[in-house]
Design a protein around this ligand. Sequence first.
Ligand SMILES: [Zn+2]
Length: 475
Amino acid sequence: MVFYIFFFVLKKIFKSQNYLKILYITAWIGFVFLNYRSWTTFYGYRAQGWITQINNYSFLIWLTVLFFGVLIIIFIYDKYFFQLFLSIWVVLLISSPVSIFLANYFSQNLQTNTPKIVNNFEEVVFVDKPDIYFFLYDGLASFETLENFYGFDAKNLKSILSNNNFYIANNAISSYGITSMSLNTIFSTNYAVEDGENYKTKNRHILRELNIMNSQVIRTLESNGYDIAAYSKEFNCEDSLNENIVCLGRKNSKQIFYELLIRTPFQIIENNQQSIPFYFEILDILGLDCSENCGDLKLQTIMEIFHNELNRNEERKPVFYFFHLKNTHGPFYVDEKCNSLKHISYNSNAFEMSKPYIDSIKCLEKELTGFLDSIDENSIVILQSDHGPHYNYARNYEQLTDEEILSRYRIFSSIKLSKECNQTLSQDYGQINTFLQIFNCLSNEPIDNKKVKSFYVPVDPRFNEVVEITNRFNY
Ligand SMILES: [Zn+2]
């Protein structure tokens, strides 16, 4: 519709044939603008040799492509074959929202037709059914990393944990160093891809099927009578008619608008915000000022929503709560007292943003203390991160340094089970064994732990092979 009006206006203004030329140029520029982020990322990874010595080379390549595209349209516009090509291209461009919709429609059908249910452990029957709270602190470093890289002694957090009888797995490691893959390990109690396997082709299928709601851990909790309450985008219960399940989404409209904007060259402004005098004013004008709306909801608010949504009229059922909290991941939204920052930076690099990163951990301590005081003392509480912060962002295995391993793959991991069960925990607690050990405790049935492993999965699209890095943790 918008496009048609635009087309019509152009036709009126440029009475001659030129309106078509303007239309094609505008379509080209619009297309290149919307692909700014993906194209510059692509150039950033793919470019090699002398060109990478030039400052901002991926931006310059993008600009050159934009410029030559316009030139080509202007100069060979009159050629018949070119007009034919451009017409087809514009039609494809206009119809892309339709094709995306159709593709989603069909792939959703495909997905629901082939549910994949794998069992990685025997059926478990619980003897004891306490409430279970799982706090996934996205990107929270291990104590060792916090001391070595940030000069931060997390003594407050340590004393909160010891006062509340938590077990701390000091040597815990992330299975993949990536959110979705690590969560998959925790909830499927399985490694999705292993050493030497092809990551991208397999990963696409893993990610498509990754709805934690279908994992064996969640199914086990449900079959033992648990209600499920999740605050995470990895949990999807849209299709579920079960009123004992509640999923709380986390995206607000500002973030969606921001993510659209960041695909365009607005990212240049974003990357250089320190040197742009009116950066925060620009954000205010665009309505992107974050103050109240970004970051995690307060725990108390989440709990109130959960309790309103879950039908609490019938007899009291145990609940599994999952809080996927991202304040520690960056962008960083809160100060140490958990007040929302008025102006935030979208720089997510914890090492460069160490002050707000540490503040987000102090906020976490404050919220956690209040929360632990408010719940039943027999509850199980899991505190775990999926991976640590980036130190160097290793693009391939050869670039993976010991520092990167310490920072990215060592994780924070702690748990409070019953007194007897806590005594049986060992240093292989965490990630793949998280729920195996909990279920072992709740059922009194022996469930074998699995071997703790860690894998490097390539960030650079040129590399595709998964490499096991477990033995690099013993340095
Ligand atoms: Zn993560």
